[in-house]
Ligand binder design. Structure first.
Ligand SMILES: O=C(O)CCC(=O)C(=O)O
Ligand SMILES: [Fe+2]
Length: 348
């Protein structure tokens, strides 16, 4: 299969020929009048104890209220007691760092091929005038297992593939619990969202690498977007900030809380919740001195599934806001590169 001719950001930096114009970001749209590398306040989101959400104790009910409040205002929560040990998360961070530190030729063994989103590469180039994000990534479908394309899974660092397989299985347990908790927090039958999400739901893990950037005022790590998934599990860098969320036209930085997993709702969850829960717009800014990594797992409903607002959330007082959608992610990539919000296409 043909490999596309692309240069990753790491290769651009190594070439030492200055910053190509294609990375220069022209600010447009909501909240973009603030400078890209200006100071922003920290967002105020709770760390939710996942194990407490299934308890009928007073503490459990409090935790449920916190979940409801965070998802309806921000659409994002930190989750603790998620069942994955700190040592295991550290292993993922370490393997991610090691992968991106490999020589170019070694990383290119996993390089993306034309027309395939899986593999190692730069920001996907969909049009000639697209401003590029300052990011290199390795994108791998991890579930269902028959959708894995193992030729893109790194052989080095040793243990990468085994650890990713193990991480996938651990995340599946967490995902199921989280969907049940969300349904309960909206007083719905606990399998209501899981049934729509489906048995054939797909998990895509994206390992992100943001090299230090000479112009953090003009270059962005990831353009403002909302995820096209149902939910996204994120391991943000443990030391370097960069992730920001937009609320009421203002950017806020995500706090770094050790050992938590950040769960962000995607558009498909906003649709299923009839807009009660939000799919937040977020972006990643760059850093002049430090490299940054993150690992995002996009949990996408089965392609055979029709996604629509849950019946129990459509009332006379709160009419149905979204159409029924299928294969939402296909539409999402196109809208993303045009800087448009896909969810607008789903509005009634
Ligand atoms: O790097 C991060 O912290 C966020 C990544 C992200 O938003 C994404 O991959 O969609
Ligand atoms: Fe995202």
């Amino acid at each position: 299969m043909e490999k596309p001719k692309f240069k990753t950001v790491q290769e651009v930096v190594a070439a030492g020929q200055g910053l190509p114009e294609r990375y220069l970001h022209a600010p447009t749209g909501e909240g973009e009048s603030q400078p890209l590398n200006g100071a922003v306040p920290e967002m105020d989101i709770p760390a939710i104890d996942l194990s407490l959400l299934f308890s009928s104790s007073v503490d459990g009910q409090e935790e449920m209220k916190k979940l409801h409040s965070a998802l309806s205002t921000w659409g994002v929560v930190q989750v603790m007691n998620h069942g994955i040990t700190e040592a295991f998360l550290d292993k993922i961070y370490k393997l991610t760092k090691q992968f991106f530190a490999l020589p170019t030729e070694e990383k290119h063994k996993c390089a993306r091929e034309t027309g395939n989103i899986q593999g190692y590469g730069n920001d996907m180039i969909l049009s000639d005038n697209q401003v590029l994000d300052w990011i290199d990534r390795l994108f791998l479908t991890t579930y269902p297992e028959d959708k894995r394309q193992l030729k893109f899974w790194p052989q080095v660092p040793v243990g990468f593939s085994e650890t990713l397989d193990e991480y996938t299985m651990k995340q599946r347990v967490l995902i199921e619990k989280f969907f049940k908790a969300m349904a309960r927090s909206l007083e719905l039958e606990e399998n209501c969202f899981l049934e729509m999400y489906g048995e054939n739901a797909v998990m895509n893990s994206r390992f992100n690498f943001f090299p230090p950037c000479p112009r953090p005022d003009k270059v962005i790590g990831i353009k403002p977007h909302a995820d096209g998934s149902a939910i996204t599990l994120l391991l943000p860098d443990k030391d370097v900030e960069g992730l920001q969320f937009l609320k009421d036209g203002k950017w806020y930085k995500a706090p770094i809380v050790p050992d938590t997993i950040l769960i962000t709702l995607g558009d498909q969850m906003e649709i299923m919740s009839n807009g009660i829960y939000k799919s937040p717009v977020h972006r990643v800014v760059t850093n002049r001195e430090k490299e940054r990594i993150s690992v995002a797992t996009f949990c996408v409903p089965g392609l055979d599934k029709e996604i629509h607002p849950a019946d129990g959330l459509v009332t006379e007082a709160r009419p149905r806001l979204y159409k029924t959608v299928t294969k939402y992610v296909d539409l999402h990539y196109k809208y993303y590169q045009q800087g448009r919000r896909t969810i607008e296409a789903a509005l009634i």
